[in-house]
Design a protein around this ligand. Structure first.
Ligand SMILES: CC(C)(COP(=O)(O)OP(=O)(O)OC[C@H]1O[C@@H](n2cnc3c(N)ncnc32)[C@H](O)[C@@H]1OP(=O)(O)O)[C@@H](O)C(=O)NCCC(=O)NCCS
Length: 216
């Protein structure tokens, strides 16, 4: 885990198969995008590589595409929805993908230099008090919120204050996302990619809630 901004360069195409995230096996791939204008496609291709390896099927039979209108990525094998969950992220020339066969997964890559006090409007005082401000408190909180939102798979639109980070340390976090119709909770871990912070969240439970009129 990183305690200060790391200086190391990212080894090209870092791949972790079978990462343990709260008891779930997650496959993670992070790479430097050759062409920044094609970074979304590069992340989707990384996810396709992981899904093919995870499913043991030919690479050409796998496609990862965005579900509209939310933009959530979906994996398809032979034109049918795959049973695995996929998540994509890109930041500062890096693209990444995470795949999990047993839980909703969410990946977020954050440049710590871009996650400063301007983000405090999205954090509660309780969240800001979860861990000492060691320079990575805000990047961790922000990455945790975005990864948790993606893992929740609610297709509601991202509202940072609807994502509560309940526990946080340098290694991981616990979260709850309150959507319009469901409340989803789970856990996550942090790792690093070069100078970037990486959060990986997995969903543990989803509970149906009544939609409150005027709660939007
Ligand atoms: C999810 C979101 C907060 C991530 O933004 P970000 O952290 O700046 O960017 P990242 O690079 O880390 O992640 C982007 C990826 O998140 C994924 N993503 C987008 N929406 C998602 C969702 N609802 N759930 C899960 N993943 C989502 C996509 O794969 C996207 O990649 P793409 O831009 O290449 O398509 C942002 O994409 C968002 O706000 N999406 C919601 C869009 C929305 O409100 N749609 C309207 C109707 S529901």
């Amino acid at each position: 885990m990183i305690d200060s901004l790391p200086q190391a360069r990212l080894p090209r195409a870092r791949i972790d198969r079978g990462l343990d995230v709260a008891g779930c096996h997650v496959d993670l791939a992070i790479d430097e995008a050759v062409d920044r204008s094609g970074i979304s496609a590069a992340a989707a291709r990384l996810a396709e590589d992981l899904v093919a390896a995870h499913s043991g099927c030919e690479r050409r039979l796998v496609r990862v595409a965005a579900l509209l209108p939310s933009g959530r990525p979906l994996a398809m094998v032979r034109g049918r929805g795959a049973t695995v969950s996929v998540s994509l992220s890109h930041a500062g020339g890096l693209c990444g993908a995470a795949v999990c066969g047993t839980a909703g997964v969410g990946l977020d890559i954050v440049d710590p230099g871009e996650a400063g006090p301007a983000l405090d409007v999205w954090f509660t005082p309780a969240e800001l008090a979860l861990f000492p401000d060691d320079g990575l408190l805000r990047p961790r909180l922000w990455a945790a919120k975005e990864a948790a939102f993606k893992a929740a798979r609610l297709d509601d639109g991202f509202r940072p204050r609807a994502v509560a980070i309940e526990r946080l340390d340098a290694a991981g976090f616990c979260w709850t996302v309150c959507g319009r119709y469901r409340r989803v909770c789970g856990r996550g871990v942090f790792t690093e990619a070069g100078t970037h912070l990486v959060a990986i969240a997995v969903a543990a439970a989803s509970i149906r809630v009544e939609h409150q009129a005027g709660s939007d």
